[in-house]
Write a protein that binds this ligand. Structure first.
Ligand code: ADE
Length: 261
């Protein structure tokens, strides 16, 4: 029995409803669904297939390898669930790359229709007729869109208010400010000779906060410098970044610089 009003409904159109069903049945998503905060419904594309064999794919015009998903079954399946507020998204490696900003935007929608591709992809007219967006979860090719849909569902649903227990958590994690997270530690304070940075044991919240910001900047600089240009820079971040760069500057060697004789 739902305890709260549903904030986000997601229909996933797929030839493998079981993958989706299992993927959203446990942990945080499972609980959020039970509480009625989100709804995730797989829709069996096969039942919209054509002819006695419920065909959903066909050979490509012009020849070439593989099969193409037919427009009729996909469009009928989407039309069975969508309304004027729905956002229709085709999962395909040709799509725009999914990221945290897109996840945040989607978490404010009321209804998503995710369409999972199989075979060599969708007939181009599906995108045109449905005015659908195309989304890729990364520059690699999966055997189908189901796992990609689960990635999207995970990333989007945890941003829906009420899904994650501590409402601060999704806002503080990697990418929330456009930066990677600072390193994290938990007990014991010494693990196989590896300690924990002193500041984290100090109980001094302001120093901990500043240390985290600085380490988050350092980590992003070292691992994902491409993210820095799109980060949400404020005065404090700029100041801390100057400190990080200062710390990284190599010590001048003896004999270098103006004071050398
Ligand atoms: N289907 C196959 N590969 C995919 C990808 N990288 N992203 C989204 N859907 C896909």
């Amino acid at each position: 029995m739902a305890e709260r009003a549903c904030r986000l409904r997601i229909h996933v159109i797929t030839l493998f409803p079981e993958i989706v069903r299992v993927g959203v049945s446990c942990s945080i998503l499972g609980r959020a669904r039970e509480a009625g905060i989100i709804e995730v419904e797989p829709v069996d594309l096969r039942s919209f297939g054509e002819g006695p064999h419920l065909v959903v794919d066909d050979y490509p015009y012009g020849g070439g390898p593989g099969m193409v998903m037919k427009p009729g079954p996909v469009c009928r399946a989407v039309r069975a669930v969508y309304n004027e507020d729905s956002r229709i998204i085709l999962l395909t490696p040709q799509g725009r790359r999914f990221d945290q900003q897109w996840a945040e935007e989607m978490s404010r929608e009321s209804h998503l229709v995710l369409v999972c591709g199989r075979y060599e992809g969708f007939d181009e007219r599906i995108r045109e007729v449905l005015d659908a967006e195309e989304l890729s979860v990364g520059d690699y090719v999966l055997t189908g869109g189901e796992v990609a849909a689960l990635v999207v569902i995970e990333a989007v649903c945890r941003l829906v208010p009420g899904v994650v227990g501590d409402p601060r958590a999704p806002r503080e994690d990697s990418f929330a400010r456009g930066l990677l997270e600072a390193p994290r530690y938990t007990r014991p304070a010494d693990f196989e000779g590896h300690g924990v940075p002193e500041v984290l044991l100090s109980g001094h919240h302001e120093r901990v906060r500043r240390w985290r910001l600085r380490r988050s900047l350092l980590r992003t600089l070292q691992r994902r410098p491409d993210l820095l240009a799109g980060a949400h820079w404020d005065a404090e971040m700029r100041r801390e970044m100057r400190m990080v760069l200062e710390e990284l500057r190599p010590e001048p060697k003896r004999g270098d610089g103006a004071g050398a004789r």
